[in-house]
Design a protein around this ligand. Structure first.
Ligand SMILES: *Cc1c(COP(=O)(O)O)cnc(C)c1O
Length: 226
């Protein structure tokens, strides 16, 4: 086989992403272990997800409720794996997602918080609030101006363990375009005393690390094209 971009193994891709993370952390004067790598496995074949686990990854994210539930049961025997739901969550899928025990990174409204809270049975579930930093009308997420009130509401719910904020900036070719959105998210989190910042994807995670990301969400650069 000829070595090329499409023949790269998942293990090689994981090593490359880790190296890029280390370089970005060094440039930003941050400890390498201050940033967690969340592997976004949506629409990837199961053998690639297994290869990522074999390469040592333990935190995974999914976008679709059904696929999340299937993954959680497929990999239930792998020790220490943690799942996160990062996609738009419809109210009719709340129960399905809560039952998986996954963290939910796309909380965006008081109604959704209330629906989640009412489904929680045992342990509180970890949540992040998704912020629509660019104010894009077609994108889900809470408007920045509405975040403080949502934070206050969620903090009053013992069933939800609010850890921080998440954002998906508008897609562009230049990673620098994402920087102001990452800054907005970081400033908002700081003002609300929230410690986790989920920001940065394959194309722009170095910029996100420079702006304070504590979790980056990487799909394509870890698994190959979907
Ligand atoms: C798909 C997805 C990612 C990963 O995107 P890549 O560009 O493939 O790294 C990260 N976050 C969310 C919310 C996604 O939907």
């Amino acid at each position: 086989m000829v070595a090329g971009a499409d023949t790269k193994s998942v293990a090689e891709r994981v090593a490359e992403v880790r190296e890029r993370m280390a370089v970005a952390c060094a440039r930003a004067n941050r400890a390498t272990d201050s940033v967690r790598l969340v592997a976004i496995s949506k629409k990837q074949p199961e053998e690639r997800v297994r290869a990522a686990m074999d390469a040592g990854l333990r935190e995974f994210g999914e976008n679709y409720a059904q696929e999340l539930a299937a993954r959680v049961s497929s990999f239930s025997e792998v020790e220490g794996v943690r799942w996160r739901f990062v996609g738009p969550l419809q109210s009719n899928k709340v129960n399905l997602v809560v039952r998986t025990g996954a963290a939910i990174d796309s909380l965006h409204s008081p109604d959704l918080a209330d629906a989640l809270r009412r489904r929680v049975r045992h342990q509180p579930i970890e949540v992040l609030i998704q912020v629509n930093t660019a104010g894009e009308s077609q994108k889900s997420g809470c408007a920045p101006s509405a975040v403080p009130a949502l934070v206050e509401a969620v903090r009053a719910m013992p069933e939800l363990n609010l850890r921080g904020l998440m954002t998906v900036p508008p897609f562009t070719d230049d990673p620098e375009d994402a920087r102001p959105h990452f800054r907005t998210l970081a400033a908002l989190a700081r003002s609300l005393a929230l410690s986790e910042l989920s920001m940065g994807m394959s194309a722009d995670f170095e910029v996100a690390i420079e702006e304070g990301a504590t979790m980056i969400r990487v799909g394509t650069d870890l698994f190959g094209p979907r």
